[in-house]
Design a protein around this ligand. Structure first.
Ligand SMILES: O=C(O)CCC(=O)C(=O)O
Ligand SMILES: [Fe+2]
Length: 288
């Protein structure tokens, strides 16, 4: 499938010269993103997408909206929906909150689309790698969860959770008129500490440690979601829907999601998921 779009059709290289990493402008954008990520694991690059790119990608999402898998479920922050008797009732593992949003899956897109060009762009992944000050950034190899659009129709919300992949990149495409806010608690857990007590306080409604982002259409967010508890607040019934393109990346190549989570998010699995379950590639021992 041929590519119709180039990255510079979608991103203004005068303001964001992704193709000139040695330029002063690039270095300024990069050092700002790095500072934000070092501060709390989240960076927002305002207005990265051209207005025309927002329109094109919005249309790509709307055209595929019928393939969204909506799954209203009650889930804990680790994406599980069933009680674990080994833990007390009042514990994050046994605290279940509504997730009613849905995802347009990875296999709804093809290489001709602007959303796919951005996700797989070396220029963008190089920038993300440099912002995260990491050695390599690979597109999440999961055929359903790698490139998705998160859909929150009026009335829906995405409950508190941790991501499986180390970092994600979100391009806001259509923001809600009201609600649909991205909230997070920076670095609440780490590989040596599950921080169950702190997490429980947030789940119980104590929002003191919570930060809220005001994302607008065209903004790009780079987020370390494996250690920072996060959610998208409810979009009220009176609002227009919220659509965000989600680009998932991993530090290691070839990572594929778990069968249980894939079924929950997409309602199905592909042979690649069954295969991966037999040869898991994981980078830490935290609960999902
Ligand atoms: O839509 C968003 O802004 C983030 C959604 C999210 O946290 C996720 O897809 O894991
Ligand atoms: Fe997430």
């Amino acid at each position: 499938m041929s590519r119709q779009y180039r990255v510079d059709d979608l991103v203004d290289f005068v303001t964001f010269p992704l193709d000139q990493p040695e330029s002063i402008t690039y270095k300024n954008v990069l050092s700002d993103a790095r500072a934000q990520l070092q501060h709390d694991g989240c960076a927002v690059i305002k207005n990265l997408l051209r207005p025309t790119a927002i329109k094109i990608i919005s249309q790509e999402i709307v055209e595929r909206k019928s393939t969204t898998h909506f799954s209203t479920s009650s889930m804990n922050p680790y994406f599980h929906s069933t009680k674990t008797p080994d833990y007390p009732d009042h514990h994050p593992v046994n605290t279940f909150i509504e997730r009613s949003s849905g995802f347009i899956p990875g296999d709804s897109w093809d290489a001709s689309l602007a959303i796919d060009v951005l996700f797989r762009s070396d220029l963008l992944t190089n920038f993300i790698r440099d912002a995260l000050e990491t050695e390599a950034v690979h597109c999440y190899a999961d055929p359903l969860a790698g490139l998705t659009a998160n859909i929150l129709d009026p009335g829906q919300q995405f409950a508190w959770h941790f991501d499986t992949n180390e970092f994600a990149v979100t391009a806001m495409i259509d923001e809600a008129d009201e609600g649909g806010l991205f909230q997070y608690v920076p670095m609440i857990r780490n590989p040596d500490d599950e921080a169950f007590e702190k997490i429980q306080q947030v789940l119980d409604g104590n929002l003191e440690t919570v930060k809220t982002l005001e994302l607008c259409a065209g903004d790009l967010q780079i987020f370390r979601g494996r250690h920072s508890l996060h959610r998208v607040t409810r979009v009220p019934k009176t609002s227009k829907p919220r659509h965000a393109a989600i680009f998932a990346y991993t530090a290691e190549p070839g990572v594929i999601g778990r069968v249980e989570r894939t079924k929950q998010l997409f309602g199905r699995v592909l042979p690649a998921h069954e295969e991966a379950e037999r040869h898991r590639v994981r980078t830490d021992a935290l609960i999902d």
